[in-house]
Design a protein around this ligand. Structure first.
Ligand code: ZN
Ligand code: ZN
Ligand code: ZN
Ligand code: ZN
Length: 488
């Protein structure tokens, strides 16, 4: 796309000025949101009246700043083009912030009892009986890494044989399928003994096909085809209805509406006898014996109980920024920074003994963060008991230095501040406000202007203060200014 104002930046300004004026006239009575857009666009327009002059960088640092700001402004369509070249540099100074990241892996240990049917005493269960210890007294495999999956460890020497309470040690219990009755309600007739007749769908009559005039062959074929498809669809709906879902059958039409009928040859009043005879069927699980092997103990009357230690790992990350800067924390979080200190904490840290290159206050805050983290166990854990407790079993602390340059500058008679931060090659720019790249704004204004002028209904001038005829703008404006490439 061509950059139409690049050669003569003042070309077309008069037209836009007129556009803004006409929009202001139309919306002099309000229309809150649109009015704000217009006012803002007008401000941009005012700013753009004074054309800046390019500046030659003096010294390496100024050159760096101008180069980076140029890069930033040319990647960001909202920012005045070539800002690094045209801005008046007022002052700049370099400072740093520190980002402390503390990652704590909390380990939860739970002692669980697991029972299984008794299978006779095997070698594994014959081991020397061991006392039950508090959960942290067991030496378990070392788990490395901040993120670890949960695991279970079966403890040796804690197996016990106990009686099965489900069958009271007899190995036999009431059959769970029939609740000890020996029979179940017949699933076909739901205990009604009678079933609906499939031939007439419970109506008790069918169409009298012998009646009526002879139909031509093809018509008869077509009807038979339609009937057989209809039958199948009707069967599906019938099935659904019999599951207890009260839906009408869209296909099954009463034959009585089509012509003469005769009584159904297969049933009496639409019902036939069910094959069960009495509404009950013998329970297939116990074959009518009412009792079955106890499922808990597999009929042995005994259970094997052992203990398992369940470990779960939760990672919690805390971040704190130390140092003064107006750069928001979420922006700093994206910085690569310079890793000054990174370690797995294995012994207590002392606030008076900072590592090399780490300032005293940063170190003090790090020790504080460790202390508070250590006092706050995660989640709603049960109070620590010999059978369940939580410990921080791995802590990693990282100290990141992020240097930044605060740049104060003037542009079009206005004062601005921006921050260049992060290391060489990955510098980022943060600015709360900045001179707008107004040639884009110009296009926005023109788009709004065109749209509003065409959207405003014709009204007598005496009535122009009432703009109720205009449809209120929606939340999302229809103006869409797309990013362009290669406008440098
Ligand atoms: Zn049992
Ligand atoms: Zn039945
Ligand atoms: Zn029937
Ligand atoms: Zn049974």
């Amino acid at each position: 796309m061509s950059d139409e104002w690049a050669k003569d930046p003042r070309a077309g300004h008069d037209e836009i000025d007129k556009g803004i004026e006409s929009i202001k006239r139309i919306f002099s009575q309000g229309q809150g949101r649109v009015k704000r857009v217009i006012d803002k666009a007008g401000d941009y327009w005012q700013q753009a009246q004074a054309m800046p002059t390019p500046h030659q960088a003096v010294g390496a640092e100024e050159q760096r700043i101008r180069r980076l700001v140029d890069l930033w402004s040319n990647e960001n369509w909202r920012v005045a083009k070539d800002l690094g070249t045209y801005m008046d540099l007022v002052s700049y100074n370099t400072d740093e912030v520190w980002e402390i990241t503390l990652q704590t892996r909390w380990e939860t240990r739970n002692m669980e009892s697991v029972t299984e049917p008794y299978k006779g005493r095997s070698k594994a269960t014959m081991g020397q009986p061991q006392p039950l210890l508090p959960v942290w007294d067991y030496e378990l495999p070392v788990v490395t890494g901040l993120k670890a999956p949960p695991s279970r460890t079966r403890l040796e020497g804690l197996d016990e044989t106990i009686a099965c309470t489900n069958c009271n040690g007899t190995g036999r219990a009431l059959c769970s399928t029939c609740n000890g009755r020996g029979w179940i309600v017949c699933p076909e007739c739901k205990g009604r003994i009678k079933k609906r007749c499939a031939t007439c769908r419970g109506r008790g009559y069918v169409a009298d096909w012998t009646q009526g005039e002879k139909k031509p062959f093809f018509r008869r074929q077509a009807e038979n085809m339609a009937n057989s498809v209809g039958e199948r669809v009707a069967d599906v709906f019938e099935g659904i209805r019999q599951q207890g879902v009260p839906i009408p059958n869209p296909v099954d039409t009463d034959p009585a509406s089509k012509g003469p009928t005769v009584p159904c040859p297969d049933c009496v009043n639409g019902e036939v006898d069910c094959t069960c005879g009495n509404g009950k069927r013998v329970c297939s699980a116990c074959e009518g014996a009412r009792m079955a092997l106890c499922s808990h103990c597999a009929g042995t009357g005994k259970l094997m109980r052992h203990r398992e230690l369940v470990r779960r790992f939760d990672l919690r990350t805390q971040t704190r920024v130390i140092g003064e800067s107006s750069i928001p924390q979420q922006q700093l979080a994206k910085a690569v920074g310079e890793m000054v200190y990174s370690t797995e904490v294995t012994e207590p840290l002392y606030p008076q003994a900072p590592p090399e290159n780490v300032p005293m206050d940063v170190w003090g805050a790090t020790v504080d963060l460790m202390k508070t983290e250590g006092q706050q166990k995660p989640g709603n854990e049960r109070p620590d008991s010999p059978l369940s407790s939580v410990l921080a079993t791995l802590q990693v602390v990282e100290l990141l230095r992020i240097s930044y340059t605060k740049v104060q500058y003037r542009y079009s008679d206005q004062d601005y501040v921006l921050y260049i931060y992060d290391g060489e090659g990955c510098e980022k720019v943060y600015a709360e406000r900045f001179p707008a790249r107004w040639d884009r704004v110009e296009r926005l204004v023109r788009a709004i202007s065109n749209d509003l002028v065409t959207a405003t209904p014709e009204e007598p001038s005496s009535n122009s203060s009432h703009t109720k005829g205009y449809r209120a703008p929606t939340d999302t404006p229809p103006y869409n200014i797309t990013e362009e490439e290669g406008t440098l």
